[in-house]
Design a protein around this ligand. Structure first.
Ligand SMILES: [Zn+2]
Length: 250
């Protein structure tokens, strides 16, 4: 009993090391067995030993699907990509260094329930240093204010599986940074149209948006993300229609 009372993994039976325990609803799981679970699975604490055992059996069968997976098309960026086996009507999401690393879950197109592109934006004002009348250095806004915008591009695929319902991954490896200034605007700013603070803010935001649209990196990842979404939804619709025809002819 006490501090040195080592727990036993309910799946493989091995002794669990200090800090190595992964608690289940009705038992314990070792680090090694936990690493074999799906990377998209997040309900471990509320899962029973039997549920985990069933998932690990599914994961072993999945490895065979990965080995047999014939990549016909790859979409996405350096960080996360979607691999298609169009002949088998299946896809997987790979976030590892090599396409098939880590036993990625192989799913049917018909298991897709939705897909979404999320572009995460962060805004930081760029300040300049000025000396006041007493010679002290302070920071102040540029006129008009300048901003550094940073963007990450995420794709969320919603799926129907017993173990997880969402696959969210980022496709870009480096955050895309864009400086937004009024010079970036494609439409010349008419100073006489700016009479209130709100006019000024609207003008700057519009200029920043125009800068964004012309930034090659931004466009590249936005196009990639939308390609994944449009292609997956199209393949899903096609395979559901085919399944319906099969069901009707039976
Ligand atoms: Zn174990």
């Amino acid at each position: 009993m006490g501090l040195f009372d080592r727990k036993i993994c309910n799946i493989c039976g091995s002794k669990i090391g200090l800090f190595g325990n992964r608690k289940l609803q009705d038992g314990n799981l070792c680090k090694n067995c936990a690493s074999k679970l799906s990377p998209w699975f997040s309900d471990r604490r509320s899962s029973t030993v039997d549920e985990i055992r069933a998932q690990l059996e599914y994961r072993e069968k999945n490895q065979q699907l990965v080995n047999a997976f014939n990549i016909t098309r790859i979409m996405g960026g350096e960080e996360g990509r979607v691999l298609l086996d169009e002949g088998a009507g299946m896809f997987m999401v790979s976030t590892g260094s090599s396409a098939k690393a880590g036993n990625p879950d192989v799913l049917k197109f018909s298991q897709i329930t939705g897909c979404e592109v999320v572009i995460e934006e962060e805004e930081d004002e760029i300040m300049r240093e000025v000396k006041d009348s007493e010679g002290k250095t302070t920071q102040e806004s540029y006129n008009p204010p300048r901003f550094n915008y940073s963007y990450d591009f995420d794709v969320i695929i919603y799926v129907n599986t017993p173990y997880f319902n969402e696959m969210k991954f980022q496709i870009n490896s480096d955050t895309v940074e864009i400086e937004g200034t009024k010079e970036g605007g494609s439409t010349p700013i008419k100073l006489d149209s700016i009479s209130t603070k709100k006019d000024l803010v609207d003008t700057i935001l519009k200029a920043a948006a125009d800068t964004k649209k012309r930034n090659a990196e931004y466009l590249k990842y936005e196009t990639m993300a939308n390609e994944i979404k449009d292609t997956l939804l199209e393949l899903r619709d096609k395979s559901l229609a085919e399944e319906e025809i099969l069901n009707e002819s039976n």
